[in-house]
Design a protein around this ligand. Structure first.
Ligand code: HXC
Length: 292
């Protein structure tokens, strides 16, 4: 990311302690970089501890400050509890949590196995709750507030073809955001979400546009004529996590160049015409990737 395009003063996030799930790669890494650059202590977690550690090392070498890496699969509630213990031991309560970890791949719904459905919903639907619930309870006990931010997608409002487990799960997190904004607002916790449009990452392209065979109509039809740039997403995330935004609660904010509304609200429609052989090829391409 071009950190010179961050719109906040130096040390804007000094004193903040933020956990970014899935912070080792993709959008999570970009937000981690922005938080670090602006003075926060950032904790990141990922299933592969090595990847999280490498990201932490690289970002600290570039910007200084503190990024603490945790190997934690958020599908495992016990592992989440152990990570939260470790975070508190390192330096006390978190002031912010970014629910960013996710999984997704395009597939015809009739081709999904139950395991395939669970692989995605266990991360997005259950894992996000485990993280939010574990940290929220702890903050209530200690009488401390925090900003929770969940990274959703624009299909939380209209759903989307060919990504049903993700669409279902992310919509549920949208509902969690609204519900907890009310229930836990009184404890000084606020819950917001960002619904990004297209912000291409390696993992996303590999699983959602394998071999370039995804649906590019959202860029072609986007009024901006382009995908999002990482600093644009990071600026919104910093605003929601930072001091001064305390009265923003229960909101899901789209950042998509208005392409989502302009193109009728769903992704992947162009894939409706693909046949069995093409879906077999796509599945093999997706499964053959290691990109995260
Ligand atoms: C059908 C598939 C499949 C595919 C996996 N499965 N890929 N089924 N088509 N392409 C099935 C497997 O066959 C298996 O079921 C089950 O899913 C579990 O597969 P594993 O590979 O063992 O799972 P796991 O290692 O846990 O991988 C999780 C994952 C993977 C979600 C499947 O994609 C992943 O690690 N993703 C993390 C990163 C990521 O997804 N980034 C992109 C996020 S982008 P069987 O029945 O065979 O046992 C995003 C927003 C996009 O979310 C927004 C766009 C605008």
């Amino acid at each position: 990311m071009d950190v010179s395009k961050l719109m906040f003063r130096e040390n804007f996030l000094a004193g903040e302690r933020i956990l970014v799930t899935g912070g080792g790669t993709g959008l999570g890494r970009e937000m981690t970089e922005a938080f670090l650059k602006l003075g926060a202590v950032v904790h990141i977690c990922g299933r592969r501890q090595g990847t999280a550690e490498e990201t932490a090392r690289e970002l600290m070498a570039q910007h200084g400050g503190t990024v603490v890496a945790h190997g934690c699969d958020i599908r495992d509630a016990d592992a989440v509890a152990a990570m939260v213990d470790a975070i508190w031991e390192e330096g006390g309560a978190l002031t912010g949590v970014v629910n960013n970890a996710a999984g997704n791949f395009i597939s015809r719904t009739e081709d999904l196995s139950i395991n395939g459905f669970n692989a995605i919903s266990d991360i997005v639907f259950r894992g996000t709750f485990y993280v939010t619930h574990t940290i929220g309870k702890r903050l209530i006990d200690e009488g401390k507030g925090a900003s929770f931010l969940s990274i959703l997608t624009t299909w939380v409002w209209n759903g989307s073809a060919f990504v049903v487990p993700s669409a279902m799960s992310k919509s549920a997190i949208n509902t969690m955001t609204q519900s907890l904004a009310v229930e836990w607002g009184r404890y000084g916790m606020r819950f917001n979400a960002i619904a990004p449009g297209l912000f291409p990452t390696k993992g996303m392209s590999a699983r959602l546009s394998p071999g370039g065979r995804g649906d590019n109509s959202n860029i072609d039809n986007n009024p901006m004529g382009r995908a999002g740039e990482m600093h644009e997403l990071a600026n919104l995330a910093v605003f929601l996590m930072g001091p001064g935004a305390e009265y923003v609660n229960g909101q899901t904010i789209a950042i998509d160049g208005a392409g989502y509304q302009a193109t009728g609200g769903t992704f992947w429609n162009a894939l409706s015409g693909l046949g069995d052989e093409e879906w077999d090829n796509l599945r093999n391409l997706i499964k053959g990737t290691n990109a995260q």
